[in-house]
Design a protein around this ligand. Structure first.
Ligand code: GLV
Length: 326
């Protein structure tokens, strides 16, 4: 029996799959585990299931010990994991793609609808008991039909978002290091453009790229900075369901305040769970507390996939969704 540590609560299905074969310790509390407790808990583990709130770096790997074989992240994004450090030690790291694609695209689409149609703002009017009345010109938003969506990062979630946008009658442009599959590009009528062109043409810019830290090749840290925001139309909206640090949040507050862009829908933030104070005062912003993959079905599937990945590595097999080179 191997020692498996799960650094936070995850759906029971994932825990049970692990328990059927191994000795499992779970940090079974509502709040996130502290760094100190986490480093204590993982000592001697052969496998660790992590959430995106755990930083998996040399300190973490040292604390676990030399027997550690696998870090199974219960998230698709793995910017919390130092992949090179894992590879150097021969540790396999895995993530949970595919199972959360549709749910996360739903979140991005919801943000787009909420901000362009001012649904968040409208809801706040009612809740604050502000007097209101139906009016021909009351709280008009922007219709999506015939508008252009610019998908930044045409991976699985970006494509799922583009599919939704197409059904709503939007034109799709995208930017990515890779071409979309030709049949998908054709199905969506999507056109690949450079980022600058996308920023200047899109009515809605939706971010779906991974967060690649500053200083690394292809870094996406602050990809949307003051300069990028200046390239957007004053009538355009920005949606982020990827990772907070892709946007320079201070520059975004400035652009939203000055009318440089029309609005933003954000599910992720630069310093989660802290949200830039400037965003809280703005009506043209919709803010969600990182709910991208937050459905019962999807979180269950994520836990099951992470468990299968850990079990595969412990059994000497190749996991389904590795992020380290195998
Ligand atoms: C959530 O943000 C994830 O990366 O799965």
């Amino acid at each position: 029996m191997a020692k498996v540590v799960v650094t936070n609560r995850i759906p029971q299905e994932g825990i049970e799959a692990l328990q059927a074969e191994h000795d499992v310790t779970v940090w079974d509390h509502e709040e996130c585990i502290s760094r100190e407790k986490c480093l204590e808990l993982i000592a001697g583990a052969d496998a660790v299931l992590t959430l995106l709130t755990e930083k998996v770096d040399d300190e973490f790997l040292d604390a676990a010990g030399e027997q550690l074989k696998v870090v199974a992240n219960v998230a698709v994004g793995y910017n919390n994991i130092d992949v090179a450090a894992c590879e150097k030690r021969g540790i396999v790291a895995t993530n949970t793609p595919k199972v959360l694609t549709e749910t996360t695209a739903d979140t991005a689409f919801g943000l787009m609808l909420m901000v362009t149609r001012r649904f968040g703002e409208g809801e706040r009017v009612i809740r604050s008991k502000t007097p209101w009345q139906w009016g021909m010109f009351y709280m008009l938003g922007m219709g999506l039909q015939g508008k252009t969506i610019g998908i930044v990062g045409a991976g699985q979630i970006g494509i799922a978002m583009a599919r939704r946008a197409k059904v709503f009658g939007m034109e799709v442009i995208y930017t990515d290091a890779y071409e979309m599959d030709a049949s998908v590009e054709q199905e969506l009528g999507a056109k690949k453009v450079e980022l600058d062109e996308l920023l200047s043409q899109a009515d809605v810019v939706s971010l779906h790229c991974p967060l690649i830290p500053a200083g690394q090749e292809g870094s996406t840290h602050h990809l949307i900075d003051a300069e990028a925001l200046k390239k957007m139309k004053p009538t355009a909206y920005l949606v982020n369901s990827a990772r907070g640090p892709i946007i320079d949040e201070a520059a975004l507050v400035e652009a939203l305040t000055s009318g440089q862009i029309a609005g933003a829908g954000l599910d992720v933030f630069e310093n989660e769970p802290t949200v830039h104070e400037g965003l809280l005062d703005l009506d043209n912003v919709v803010l969600l507390p990182h709910l991208g993959s937050a459905t019962v079905e999807t979180r269950t599937a994520m836990a099951e996939l992470a468990a299968r990945n850990a079990l595969a590595v412990l059994a000497g097999k190749t996991p389904e969704t590795p992020v380290t080179k195998i």
